[in-house]
Design a binder for this molecule. Sequence first.
Ligand SMILES: Nc1nc2c(c(=O)[nH]1)N[C@@H](CN(C=O)c1ccc(C(=O)N[C@@H](CCC(=O)O)C(=O)O)cc1)CN2
Length: 289
Amino acid sequence: MTAQILDGKATAAAIKSDLTARVAALKARGVTPGLGTLLVGDDPGSRWYVNGKHKDCAQVGIGSIQRELPDTATQEEIEAVVRELNADPACTGYIVQLPLPKGIDTNRVLELMDPAKDADGLHPMNLGRLVLNETGPLPCTPQGVVQLLRHHGVEINGAHVVVVGRGVTIGRSIPLLLTRKSENATVTQCHTGTRDLAAHLKQADIIVAAAGVPHIVKPEHVKPGAAVLDVGVSRDENGKIVGDVHPGVAEVAAWISPNPGGVGPMTRAQLLVNVVEAAERDAAAVSAG
Ligand SMILES: Nc1nc2c(c(=O)[nH]1)N[C@@H](CN(C=O)c1ccc(C(=O)N[C@@H](CCC(=O)O)C(=O)O)cc1)CN2
């Protein structure tokens, strides 16, 4: 068996095309959505991600507000920019690019954000809304995973999903999304404390690998016909991405997400969705007077 590709680039392009029309409709009503970003430090990877987000904005007609601080920035300096973005009327939603430099209290920064402007869905209020099944911005990579499966018609309803990883930006919220009634999956969350990872993986109809451990999911771990999503990003000595999924898995699985080209582009697309939905909520509130 050679797995079919869960094509994140093509799916993200379809989402962006839909958003372009929605942004044009908002502009016709006098509302221009704007994405703000705060980059602290000069990590080349983080800079690449931030630049990519602004390129995406330009493609669909969303405005850009780019803020940067050196890696010597203090907690207070970072929080001052967060307050400015909270108050900036041109900024519909914004993100603080993670990770922040060592010594910075990331949770304190995220908690200071206006939850209505949290384009990443990582503010505690929005994570709480997700738990309560209320409307709000959804965490970008987890929702990207769900959309990638939906777009390709992979059966989620009743499926047994095994998630590897429990990090706050990805692993922690994937079970919350997939166990909603709309998705209806059964989820097992594995992590570094899991006793027999191989036995869990072998049971899975869908595997979401978000451990950040190169090739932790191997062909012998995968049930023939499963869907496997590779969310892990590690780098080899030449800077090339090495995912959590061994390339041999493509010979066993029915579906596989490439890495790069799978969940990464979906993360970027979902960020734009969150900004446009926030602008649509603002526009509806203005119309309602
Ligand atoms: N505030 C946030 N910080 C971080 C997030 C996040 O969602 N919010 N996630 C990651 C980085 N990230 C977005 O910020 C991100 C990662 C990867 C991609 C992507 O498109 N990757 C490409 C490959 C790129 C490459 O070759 O290096 C792909 O998978 O095809 C986009 C966004 C951590 N920080």
